[in-house]
Design a protein around this ligand. Structure first.
Ligand code: FCB
Length: 481
């Protein structure tokens, strides 16, 4: 791994690069993936169907009609993939456990309804990681709800939160002796509002009231799962991963300031408030009153379990303008059937004029710095991890080298923002880039690639991109140059 940096810098890889303070000792250097996006083996070893299997089979929902049936075949190639992680020097790996592999019918608890063959896959994966010196960081819910639970009402139904806690307890019973750090839910904003309000993600419903209930039950599921797991092993560490954005008004006009308040409210504070303070923000509740959103107080106590860490997924900033009186905004992506911004449909998202990735997402590393320093200001006691950060591009499908200078520049800038935040006392303890491997990018199918490692989908051959070699060097140095 001696290739030089692609972003114009010329650090040589001496293997003993100087200190890159202030990334603290023990900082986790990781990469992230999710079950449905990489595993494939959709019908193997007793796995049940998930909402994403159904969604992918619904015409027009996923670009190119792509599915996760095979994905990057990680289910069969995990040993090769763990060897790649070790080669890169990752110290931790964030993956998700597939709920429909463990509870194919969506129901279980205390061992009942458990598909042991499904759990065995994660036992093998965890053993392989530990043997390679890579710490396993499982996430329990990365969007693959068992289809039978959706048929029974999905996340808008309260019962789903209890089913999630049962599932979490069964996974924890199998792996809790070897896995210390647990993440409950990934990006509940996406699961609720893209899944149930805009319909861009599975299960593809357009039901704003249901989306709000879904968001609440995802939070409740988190709290119940933490309670169940912590009771078994108090020494384990528990957190959730939320997708946070820096939010700016386009101008200082009142309508724009109100738009920024609303979007910050629904994207960030809707989740941080319950998780860390045990309450929804009053202004957000007022915005949502017309939707009948009135969660029981007792749930808030269940949601606010002391968090051992908070996972932050950060990609970009929202710059917004208020457009009072305008009709509901058109899609923010080609797939939306309506706005995911329940109660704030007249907010417009405007470009700030920054360069974009292949997803069209503006590159704004100062936004990450803002998010981290704000969290520290508002919730000083909570250790933070970046659980996702990365850049997707339309890279060539074929085999061979990938000179992904854009991704290197993106990651480098964001790691520098992390370093600035740490210098100011932010307790950032680790960084997981999205993603280890090219994979199934939800409604975009295989058209967008986020991996450090290129995958030729025809042959499943893995090839390190330049960014992978660069990241290995960052890890050895203990930080960016
Ligand atoms: C996040 C998801 C992750 C991946 C990245 C690009 O919202 O958690 O699965 O799709 O975006």
């Amino acid at each position: 791994m001696t290739s030089s940096l692609q972003n114009g810098s010329t650090h040589e890889d001496s293997g003993r690069d100087g200190p890159a303070a202030p990334f603290p000792a023990g900082f986790r250097w990781g990469a992230a993936t999710a079950a449905y996006q990489i595993e494939g083996a959709a019908a193997e070893d007793g796995r049940g169907p998930s909402v994403w299997d159904t969604f992918c089979r619904t015409p027009g929902r996923v670009l190119g009609g792509d599915t996760g049936d095979v994905a990057v075949d990680h289910y069969h190639r995990f040993r090769e993939d763990v060897a790649l992680m070790a080669e890169l020097g990752l110290t931790a790996y964030r993956f998700s456990v597939s709920w429909p592999r463990v509870h194919p019918d969506g129901r279980g608890g205390r061992g009942a309804g458990v598909n042991e063959a499904g759990l065995d896959f994660y036992r093998r994966l965890v053993d392989e990681l530990l043997a390679a010196g890579v710490e396993p960081w499982p996430t329990l819910y990365h969007w693959d709800l068992p289809q039978p639970l959706e048929d029974a009402g999905g996340w808008p139904e309260r019962d789903t939160a209890h089913r999630f806690a049962d599932y979490a307890a069964d996974v924890h019973a199998a792996l809790g002796d070897r896995v210390r750090h647990w993440t409950t839910v990934n990006e509940p904003w996406c699961a609720a509002f893209l899944g149930y309000a805009s319909g861009e993600h599975a299960p593809g419903r357009v039901d704003p009231e249901g989306a709000l209930r879904a968001a609440h039950h995802l939070l409740l599921g988190h709290g119940l799962a933490v309670e169940a797991m912590r009771a078994r092993r108090p020494a384990n560490r528990f957190g959730a991963a939320v997708n946070l954005y820096a939010v700016s008004p386009q101008t200082g006009a009142d309508a724009d300031l109100d738009a920024a308040r609303r979007v910050d409210g629904l994207q960030n504070r809707f989740f941080l408030g319950p998780l860390l303070e045990g309450r929804y923000p009053a202004d957000v509740l007022a915005d949502l009153e017309p939707y009948g959103f009135a969660p029981p107080d007792a749930d808030l106590a269940a949601i606010r379990r002391p968090l051992d860490h908070l996972g932050v997924n950060y990609y970009s900033r929202h710059t917004v303008a208020g457009t009072p009186g305008e009709a509901a905004q058109a899609a923010s992506s080609p797939f939306n059937t309506r706005s995911p911004w329940v109660g704030s449909e007249n907010v417009r998202f405007v470009p700030a004029g920054l360069p974009v990735t292949g997803m069209g997402w503006e590159i704004d590393e100062r936004g990450l710095y803002e998010v981290l320093t704000r969290l520290h200001r508002e919730y000083p006691a909570v250790p933070l991890y970046i659980t996702e950060n990365g850049a997707g591009y339309d890279e060539a499908p074929g085999d061979g080298a990938v000179h992904d200078a854009g991704r290197i520049a993106y990651l480098d800038a964001h790691l520098r923002a992390c370093r600035d935040a740490i210098s100011e006392g932010v307790p950032l303890r680790g960084y997981f880039t999205w993603s280890l491997l090219d994979n199934f990018e939800w409604a975009w199918g295989y058209s967008k690639r986020f991996g450090l490692v290129h995958v030729d989908y025809a042959t499943q051959r893995r090839t390190l991109k330049d960014s992978a070699r660069w990241y290995a060097r960052v890890i050895r140095r203990g930080g960016p140059g």
